[in-house]
Write a protein that binds this ligand. Structure first.
Ligand SMILES: C[S@@+](CC[C@H](N)C(=O)[O-])C[C@H]1O[C@@H](n2cnc3c(N)ncnc32)[C@H](O)[C@@H]1O
Length: 275
């Protein structure tokens, strides 16, 4: 089987995927250990039998819905590639919005910033790489996630980041923070999307929260008041239909300057508030 035949076969099988062309290329490039451009430059190269077998096996897993990032072990976020495993949520492009907002709100002086529920380290590592003068604390309740995030920090040679295990702000030791950012679990356990596509394979503790998905957002909002400096900011990602509820719970906790931001699809995606 030639490269172009393998790609065409995979595309026709991946009809249910949102991005059959990209998925096919990522899987084949991964199997061959080459960049994607290689596939375009050498379409008539014949695959070795072992390469063909490995490719067809991965293709089958992808057809059954297993996330592409878990199959190839990496996911692009911000301007780097992160190692990902089934222990962590696959970082989403819309989460880059949180990085942009924090960078806009804090200057380049020394600041102390926490990323609660860091997963693969996506938000924390983007901030640490953009602002070497800041000190970043990245927390998670999952040791497996922290191990992976630590590995990603090492690969990116980022030193201004500290990892701590604990539930939400308990890991912070009452630090006087300039900003707290979090993309917590916010999906309602009855949400039918949990039974579809990639979500079926991601860690449930990274996805699901009680109270129609609002429990962790509420808890973080309440706890963060004790950890932020006066005037410090809290920024949380949430579901596109949760904007109003999140603004309400932030107001109830006593925050000021509450503002919701929309993602590139125009959906309410993150809300910022000031202590
Ligand atoms: C939606 S994922 C976000 C991961 C990463 N920040 C990102 O944006 O890709 C939520 C993360 O919160 C962590 N988490 C869940 N409950 C937690 C808790 N009580 N305390 C700290 N982290 C928690 C999960 O392990 C998971 O890594």
């Amino acid at each position: 089987m030639q490269i172009k035949q393998a790609l065409s076969h995979a595309r026709s099988q991946l009809g249910a995927s949102e991005s059959p062309h990209l998925d096919a290329e990522l899987l084949l490039a991964y199997v061959l250990g080459k960049p994607r451009e290689y596939l375009i430059t050498w379409p008539e190269t014949v695959l070795e039998e072992s390469e063909q077998q490995a490719f067809l096996q991965l293709l089958q897993q992808r057809i059954s819905g297993y996330p592409i990032a878990y199959l190839i072990g990496t996911k692009g976020f911000w301007n780097f590639d992160l190692k990902v495993t089934a222990d962590v949520l696959v970082p989403r492009p819309e989460t880059e919005l949180l990085v942009e907002i924090i960078l806009k709100h804090l200057d380049t002086k020394k600041h102390l910033v926490a990323d609660l529920g860091t997963g693969s380290g996506a938000i924390a590592l983007a901030l640490a790489s953009e602002r070497p003068e800041w000190q970043i604390v990245a927390t998670d309740s999952s040791q497996a996630a922290l191990n992976l995030a630590g590995e990603n920090a090492k690969n990116l040679q980022l030193k201004n980041i500290e990892f701590r295990r604990g539930s939400w702000t308990a890991a912070l030791n009452g630090k006087n923070l300039d900003a707290i950012v979090s993309n917590p679990p916010y999906i309602d356990k009855a949400d039918m999307h949990l039974k579809q596509g990639d979500l079926r394979y991601e860690p449930v503790q990274a996805l699901v929260a009680e109270e129609q998905g609002l429990a962790d957002l509420r808890q973080i909002a309440a706890e963060a008041l004790d950890n932020l400096k006066p005037g410090g900011i809290l920024l949380m990602e949430h579901g596109y239909q949760q904007g109003e509820a999140v603004r309400h719970l932030l107001a109830q906790s006593g925050y000021n300057e509450i503002q919701t931001y929309r993602d590139l699809a125009g959906l309410e995606r993150a809300t910022l508030a000031r202590r």
